[in-house]
Write a protein that binds this ligand. Sequence first.
Ligand code: AQP
Length: 346
Amino acid sequence: MTNLKNRVFSGVQPTGNLHLGNYLGAIKRFVALQESHDCIYCVVDMHAVTTYQDPAELTGNIRSVTAAFLASGIDPEKHIVFNQSQVTQHAELAWLFNCVARMGWLNRMTQFKERAGKNRENASVGLFSYPNLMAADILLYKSDFVPVGEDQKQHLELTRDIAAKFNNDFARRISELGFGDSYFPMTEPLIGGPAARVMNLRDGTRKMSKSEVSDLSRINLTDDRDTIVKKIRKAKTDAEPLPGNVEGLENRAEADNLVGIYAGINDTDKEAVIAEFGGKPFSEFKPALAELAVEKLAPISAKMRDLLAEPEEIDAILCDGADKAREIAVKTMREVREIYGFVGRK
Ligand code: AQP
């Protein structure tokens, strides 16, 4: 880890089957960033338990997300891959950030409102303070960049607010201790591309999500060929053919989503997809999309199956990654404790 302003951090929750949204919005971009950055990719199991998880299923899901990382091309030798609960400093820093973040800031988080729904009084306190743990994940490693899907934009803004308030509250102490003008960086989100927000295949106004009841609403990374073809064939669309230009996708949520998915999988943009398929009916576009999805996803799911056949190897990779992550985390927490004025061994 030598370059300045070069560290990337991101996490994925082990809460169920990973889907095409997780892949295009996050994991595929994690892979690309390895070429140019020092990357830390985390299976955020402590975020997962903000809602109840069956313990045996959670274990399987932690391994499955790790397998998806590795099968997609993340290299745990050159970068760091680990699960959050093995590095206890995440929880420690999150507590301190509970004391930095303001109630009003968290009250504005739309994801909490969506997840808690009408049953807000019964949501866990952890679900409410989830963004503070996310800020801790990112800032524990003084990360410069965080690749995420668009749904995480607000949480990244909160991370910056927390860093700014911490830097400001402790400005004198930070300077006296020789850390310069500020301690935590202003982390930048990396959000973008044609598939930053992949939508539900049955309802183009809602995002594709692991927790959606209907399996037809998403393409899972583990779906076989027939299932992928069936889900794309059944994907909701309107009756019009694809428009002749990208502007024509406005107010056609489902068409826009399928074009974005094609562009995301094929490393291109919506303009290029429209240049090829503009004016064509869905009966022509959908089979082409299904073919492309199968071609790109089949090798990943085959590799995931091989990796999951040897769970102890996955666990060993996570333990090695946690050792590397902990080295950085221990140093940060030693400095943060000093900034706070806590008494203890250096
Ligand atoms: N539909 C999506 N389109 C683009 N990116 C997405 N991400 C999630 N859904 C989409 C991105 O995937 C990364 C990992 O997400 P996560 O599993 O940590 O949490 P999530 O955003 O809550 O994902 P789900 O599928 O919606 O999970 P549930 O149903 O459990 O709430 C993040 O970078 C996220 O932006």
